[in-house]
Design a protein around this ligand. Sequence first.
Ligand SMILES: [Zn+2]
Length: 193
Amino acid sequence: MGVDDVLQAVMPTVMVPKFLPFEELREPGSRVLMASNGVWLEVRRKWLYARMQVGLQLPLAVPYGTIEPVRRFEFGTIPNMLLHQFIEEAKRRLPNECAAWLIWNSVTREWRMAMLLETSVSINHVDVLLPVLAENEHLVVDVHSHGVSHAFFSATDNKDDRGECKIACVVGELHKTPDIKGRLCLNGFFVPL
Ligand SMILES: [Zn+2]
């Protein structure tokens, strides 16, 4: 196996069949799908199956089938209780910001929240110690607070979320009714939730 084969196995390109049913990626990974209705990104994680269009239809007739967007969360729904727990913790830490991971176990199907420990903080940076995941645990939601300012994804957030596959969440206006924004991050593409 050459270097290119190894590299390409990370994200193979697949032609969507025109007559046979399309078979979803079963193991965690990513693929590029060439369909007659565009170029698509397919992502499989233990907690997620997603397909989204990332490129226009090719400007020539291609013998491929069509495909539809899909977004399926294998965990069901995110427990409200955990989000409330994070909001309470974020209020306690005002005026500082804070962050946490909501972690899902794909075998027990249980959730836990892990606050991110700050190792150094200044006006324009925060270094955090990332939680250690046990076997079968997955980072699903990466949530952070914006203190009393409103909930939005900043340029730094966009940079941080670029290469990740997770749900990013930001909570703001913690001094009144908290405002929450969420998005699914897929290999650099952001899908508002
Ligand atoms: Zn932010």
